[in-house]
Write a protein that binds this ligand. Structure first.
Ligand code: IPE
Ligand code: IPE
Ligand code: MG
Length: 273
């Protein structure tokens, strides 16, 4: 139950090594893909693949919390996924219900704050109720912020933001000249989250599939060839190490980044004095 006392010495050692030697992303987003193909390759039904995927969710959430990562956003169901056969959609909704019921206590006990983004009103009423309950119960937790992207689409969120901005203009709350990138971001459902530093996609597919389109402008992308049901903490550690080796230039050139670093160090020294 307590994620911080149950850890094996071997795993603790690996995490300590990562924390000491690598840059840790503040916000990780994961496109959990490949449940169906994993199942097919193992002679199982797609349902079994989705069930197995929950074990990966558990392990990755736990590992992120133990590493002290601040934000984890999991893409669990896209707005487009409603187009799948209704039997599969039903299975996914049942699993979501099962996950929320079963995990809430443990998430809460381990200081996880739960959030959800997406068209939540399109989810079954029972799931909505469980979700709101879980969000309310964990609202004051200060550990990992776990955001579930459910019935989510990046384009949908952007259009929704434009609609809300238009209303506010019509009501005289803001004028078109007030619209900046910063203001626009506050209308997105992700307003309270920093942009993702690292986006992981499993199953080898190289696309975003409508995940955090606005927010991923400068995210580092890591593709794992493993299917989601076989993606576990070791793979997460690998992704973090890979991320840590990258140079994030945000449009600048390498030499400027070095200068910025020196400037930051000097400023920190001044603040400390
Ligand atoms: C990810 O696995 C789960 C969801 C998108 C809900 P998939 O169900 O997409 O599995 P593949 O990609 O068909 O193998
Ligand atoms: C992306 O997976 C959505 C989620 C992981 C929830 P999909 O399996 O739906 O994506 P595509 O259709 O292969 O792009
Ligand atoms: Mg898929």
């Amino acid at each position: 139950m307590n994620w911080y006392t149950e850890q094996s010495a071997l795993d603790l050692g690996k995490q300590e090594e990562i924390l000491k030697n690598y840059k840790i992303p503040r916000h990780i987003g994961i496109i959990m893909d490949g449940n169906g193909r994993w199942a097919l390759e193992h002679g199982l039904t797609r349902t079994e693949g989705h069930k197995q995927g929950i074990d990966s969710v558990r392990d990755i959430v736990k590992a992120c919390a133990q590493l002290g990562i601040s934000y984890l956003t999991l893409y669990a169901f896209s707005l487009e996924n409603w187009k799948r056969p209704s039997s599969e959609v039903g299975v996914l909704m049942n699993l979501l219900e099962f996950y929320l019921k079963k995990e809430l206590k443990e998430l809460h006990a381990n200081n996880v704050r739960l959030l959800a983004i997406g068209k939540i009103s399109s989810l079954p009423k029972k799931v909505q109720r469980l979700l709101f309950e879980a969000i309310e119960i964990t609202a004051k937790n200060t550990g990992l912020t776990l955001t579930l992207a459910l019935s989510y689409s990046g384009r949908w969120d952007i259009v929704r933001a434009v609609q809300m901005i238009s209303h506010d203009i019509r009501n005289g709350k803001i004028s078109p000249e007030d619209i900046t990138e910063e203001l626009f971001s506050t209308y997105l459902q992700t307003a309270q989250l920093p942009d993702p530093d690292l986006i992981i996609r499993t199953s080898g597919e190289m696309r975003l599939s409508n995940f955090l389109l606005w927010e991923s402008a400068y995210s580092e992308i890591y593709i794992s060839n493993k299917y989601w049901p076989e993606f576990r903490r070791e793979d997460l550690y690998h992704a973090i190490k890979d991320y840590s080796r990258r140079e994030r230039r945000f449009g600048k050139i390498s030499a400027q980044l070095k200068e910025d670093e020196v400037k930051n160090i000097n400023e920190n020294i001044l603040i400390k004095k």
